[in-house]
Design a protein around this ligand. Structure first.
Ligand code: ADP
Length: 982
């Protein structure tokens, strides 16, 4: 503001300016001027050396001003010449002496409201008083265009420091004569009227005046004395020093302010001699000081004192300019780093564009990544944001064709696509969970109970993290589908990956980014695919983990699963820790013994043993059949699979513990039914529900229904191709009325049952699958009854085995190879493992001891070479549970006595005949039931396991729990032993 005031008062508007030329020689004469000149840069002398005209506006309205300026210029030029002549005698003259100036002893008084006018400066003033204005115009027309310019005093009682608008100006205009005189400072300036435009009068200050008396009242005209500075010694050290200080201070201020530079330029262009008094005037005029301080300088005729006053003013000015600089700096610092960065980035972009490095792709790419991460910004950990930011910057700098660019792009793609902090709301509602589990699975009440317990704990804790569930059991018992149901119950996304045979640690932990084709590990892929950070991850076949050649997959998996470690899981590719603690892991395994111990330690095992026929019937009816029917688009009224057919299917085709094979067989049946229906001309509308279920599933896991449909397509194709051939056996076997279109080249099918009218008339066609035609749909039975013998022959005993596939029954056979004194020996076949081989030897020893006890005369073991075989295919068998079966088989042969009918046994025997416990009681019981066994022998240590079984499994079985072999002997060979029947 101060500066603005100074500008208004001291700068003369460029368009009114007519700068008188100053001879270059004259300028050089003044060292001070040279100093100031250098401040304007090299252009100074050039400008000074020629006529400069500040009139740049040549519009018509300004023409008068231009003319006036030209006139003033001409006069000033005269003055310069005159000054040159008078130089020697009037060194103290402020402005060049004009002969007419001396005559100006009475002048029109012009009140200046804001600042006094200093010699050498231009000042525009507005004259409101018309009479005064007229007098000035007339003055100008005459040969004496001069007036006296006097600063107006403040009214008494007003504070000069307070700005009060234009009130005082107004009152000044109203004052006349003596009143006006009273309000004017006595000392003023003789001002040349350089131009008048409207009420604007431009004055150029010449020399100091003092009012002596009033001559005329309106317009106020006064008599004046012309003032001159008191004589001073040019070489006075104090004056010199003071003036130098003024100059150096001015230089300092000039350096900072461009506004001041303009002042200097204007001033030096038309002021000739630059002596000490003038320096003082200059400093005071361009300083933004208060008008009264300026008036003081004007009134001071002592050169030293004037310089001192000016020095004070310019020092103050310097302080102000320093303050201004610090304010500017502070404001600049406030412009935040972001804006700066933005500017720099824009510049960088411009530079790149200029160099042809910038491609639009790159910008679009970073914009895409930025947009992606923008929505996750508040949830995303700061260390990840930082990495993303760094990578984005890197991307900008890289050449788009370089391989590193691609690496960075892929990396950013992964980083930004992950669901940072995005969790699905967990549902811990136990009733809801129960409903879903029942909806998806029949039976399995103990398993469901365990899962509900787990959910209940989750509800109370508020989180289900920190637990790893492991579902173990034979294939097809529903481990995977239970995992899926748990996810559904908890409202978590489901992701499944199998680690069976996995040997490469990078599958789990990812590759380092430097490898070609590097990919993140399975877990990161999972997060990307499910889009939430708390999915349920099903890790399949954890018992079949491979052995890594570099690194151990088991320990990598441990890192992934262990709640202690997975809070900061570090994928090699991602290179930033991710929090997997919210992920719920469910593993599946067939045999828990094969799970690496450190993993097993952290797991909660839930075992699923397998299903008995009754359970399979329910599963087949209520779940498998229903799903398959929907997947095949068949309506319930179009098909009927009878109870007997289903039972036959289960008993004769699908004997394994699980139901996967059963499911496959049912699918096979339904596909054939579908074909049959289509051949009969049925066309069902696509089942909307089935379609929508398929669409809602995650893309990573092809649903079973999809698979069914796919399989169906493949199989149908083969069936169709069979059907095309009329001689096809299958076509003839199926009871189908075939109405194939003639153009397909298919001849009319044969109606073997003579039901032609059915195909023609019935609107709803129904296919019935009965036990009698089951073979037409699923082929010949795979299994004959596991039970081969109604009554086992001598030397054959039924044992119970337990494998990864579930429980099964098997016959152990012993026969005599040759007999002779001391020929006693044992040959074993049936791909037995070491444990079973030892069992067989123990069996022979213990059998011999028992026989000796029961029939001391029998030399069978001593004289017979025995051959023991464990049949049931080429499967390698091993495990400590066949000992007692082997003994029984040998004893049966030795005594020539078959064992009790419908008996099966399991248990290991020590040399002293003690029976050791076995595993898989439930599986074995289920297997025994399947083989229609009525009497079972278990080690008594397994009684508790058996008691825990569901009553429908135990139902109708006669079970004996034994401690020693002699008890088995009694049960097997004598039929009167006491038994416990459930
Ligand atoms: P696993 O993972 O144990 O090998 P799956 O989970 O793949 O077995 O199950 C095979 C099929 O059997 C699935 O379609 C599943 O729905 C079905 N299934 C298994 N057990 C049951 C059950 N108790 N009730 C209904 N369906 C079942």
């Amino acid at each position: 503001m101060l500066r603005a005031a100074a500008a208004a008062a001291a700068i003369f508007p460029a368009r009114f300016a007519a700068a008188p030329a100053v001879a270059a020689a004259e300028e050089l004469r003044s060292p001070l001027l040279r100093v100031l000149g250098t401040l304007r840069g090299g252009r100074g002398s050039v400008l000074l050396g020629r006529r400069a005209r500040f009139c740049s506006n040549s519009s018509a309205s300004d023409s008068e001003a231009v003319a006036a300026a030209a006139e003033a210029e001409a006069k000033a030029e005269d003055a310069t010449v005159a000054e040159g002549e008078a130089d020697g005698k009037a060194s103290s003259a402020i402005v060049p002496t004009n002969p007419q100036i001396e005559d100006c002893l009475s002048v029109v008084a012009l009140p200046l409201p804001h600042r006094p006018l200093f010699p050498g400066f231009y000042m525009p003033v507005y004259v409101k008083d018309q009479k005064l204005l007229q007098a000035l115009i007339e003055n100008r027309k005459r040969s004496a265009p001069y007036a006296g310019a006097f600063l107006v005093k403040d009214e008494e009682g007003t504070d000069p420091n307070i700005v009060t608008g234009s009130d005082s100006e107004k009152s000044i205009d109203d004052l006349k004569g003596k009143d006006l005189l009273k309000r004017l400072h006595e000392v003023g300036t003789l001002a040349q009227i350089t131009s008048i435009q409207g009420d604007q009068v431009v004055l150029l200050g010449h020399r100091r005046l003092r009012i002596t008396e009033m001559v005329e009242e309106d317009p106020l005209t006064v008599k004046v004395d012309h003032l001159k500075e008191k004589p001073y010694n040019k070489d006075d050290d104090v004056i010199k020093a003071t003036s130098f200080e003024v100059i150096s201070t001015l230089r300092e201020v000039l350096r900072a302010s461009s506004l001041w530079k303009d002042h200097v330029q204007t001033y030096t262009q038309h002021i000739g001699d630059f002596n000490y008094p003038r320096l003082a005037d200059f400093g005071a005029a361009i300083s933004g000081a208060n008008k009264f301080l300026c008036q003081e300088v004007l009134e001071e005729l002592d050169v030293y004192k004037r310089l001192k006053l000016t020095l004070e003013l310019v020092k103050k000015e310097m302080e102000i300019s320093k303050l201004q600089q610090s304010i500017a700096k502070a404001i600049e610092e406030k412009i935040s780093g972001d804006q700066r960065r933005y500017l720099l980035n824009e510049q960088l972009k411009a530079i790149k564009k200029e160099l042809g490095l910038e491609t639009d792709d790159k910008t679009a790419l970073s914009a895409k990544f930025r947009e992606r991460i923008e929505s996750k910004k508040d949830k995303c950990p700061s260390h990840v944001l930082q990495v993303i930011e760094e990578e984005l910057t890197k991307l900008q700098l890289l050449e788009a064709s370089s391989s590193e660019f691609n690496v960075t792009r892929n990396y950013l793609d992964w980083l930004t696509v992950l669901p940072w902090g995005n969790y699905s709301d967990e549902n811990f509602d136990v009733h809801h969970a129960q409903k879903i589990l029942d909806e998806d699975h029949y039976g399995l009440s103990d398993v469901k109970e365990r899962i509900l317990e787990f959910i209940a704990v989750g509800k109370l804790r508020g989180t289900s993290q920190g637990k790893i569930i492991c579902l173990s059991g034979p294939p097809g018992v529903g481990k995977t589908s239970i995992g899926r149901s748990i996810a559904r119950a908890l409202n978590r996304q489901f992701y499944r990956f199998s680690v069976g045979g996995l040997a490469d640690v990078a599958e789990i932990k990812g590759h380092r980014r430097t490898y070609v084709g590097a990919m993140p590990g399975k877990m990161v892929q999972c997060l990307k695919s499910v889009g939430t950070a708390n999915p349920l991850v099903l890790i399949d076949e954890i018992d079949k983990l491979g052995r890594g050649h570099s690194g151990d997959p088991a320990s990598a998996l441990l890192e992934l699963l262990d709640p202690e470690q997975n809070v900061n899981f570090l994928d090699h590719y991602l290179d930033v820790p991710i929090d997997l603690s919210k992920v719920l892991f469910v593993c599946t395994a067939n045999v828990i013994e094969m799970i690496p111990n450190p993993l097993l330690d952290r797991m909660e095992i839930i075992a699923i043993a397998g299903y008995i026929t009754d359970e399979k019937m329910h599963i087949a009816r209520d779940y498998l059949e229903k799903n398959t029917r929907e997947a095949c688009g068949i309506k319930p009224e179009q098909v009927e699979v009878t109870e007997a057919a289903l039972l036959a299917l289960i008993e004769n085709y699908c004997r394994e513990a699980g139901v996967r094979n059963l499911q496959k067989q049912i699918e096979k049946i339904y596909r054939k039914i579908a074909l049959q229906l289509v051949r009969q001309g049925v066309s069902n509308e696509p089942d909307q529900e089935a379609l929508s279920i398929t669409e809602n599933e995650e893309p990573s896991n092809a649903t079973e229904k999809d698979e069914i449909l796919k399989d169906a397509a493949v199989e149908d194709a083969s069936v169709t191709s069979n059907m095309i051939n009329p001689a096809s056996e299958e076509a003839n076997e199926l009871n189908i009325t075939t109405e194939a279109p003639k153009e397909d080249g298919v001849s009319e099918g044969k109606d073997t049952d003579g039901a032609k009218e059915d195909a023609a008339d019935k609107a709803i066609k129904k296919v019935v699958v009965d036990s009698s035609n089951l073979g037409d749909f699923v082929g010949k039975p795979v299994f004959q009854a596991e039970r081969i013998y109604e009554q086992t022959p001598v030397g054959v005993v039924m044992g119970l085995a337990w494998t990864a596939m579930g429980g099964s029954t098997l016959y152990i056979e012993t026969t005599k190879v040759e007999e002779g004194e001391g020929k006693g020996a044992l040959v074993l076949t049936g791909q037995l493992g070491d444990v079973m081989k030892e069992s067989a030897q123990i069996a022979q020893t213990v059998g011999r001891a028992i026989l000796l006890e029961k029939d001391p005369d029998n030399q069978f073991f001593a004289n017979s070479k025995l051959h023991l075989h464990v049949p049931a295919g080429a499967t390698p068998k091993d495990g400590p549970s066949a000992g007692c079966t082997m003994i029984t088989s040998m004893l049966s042969l030795a005594m020539g006595k078959p064992v009790k009918k419908d008996l099966a046994m399991t248990g290991e025997v020590t040399l002293t005949g003690r029976i050791l416990p076995i595993g898989g009681v439930k599986e074995k019981t289920i297997a025994a039931r399947r083989s229609a066994i009525k009497t079972l022998i278990f080690p008594s240590a397994n009684k508790r396991d058996f008691d825990e079984l569901a009553s429908n499994v135990k139902e109708g079985l006669e079970v004996h729990f034994v401690d020693t072999y002699s008890e088995i002997y009694d049960l097997a060979f004598q039929s009167d032993a006491g038994a416990e029947t459930s």
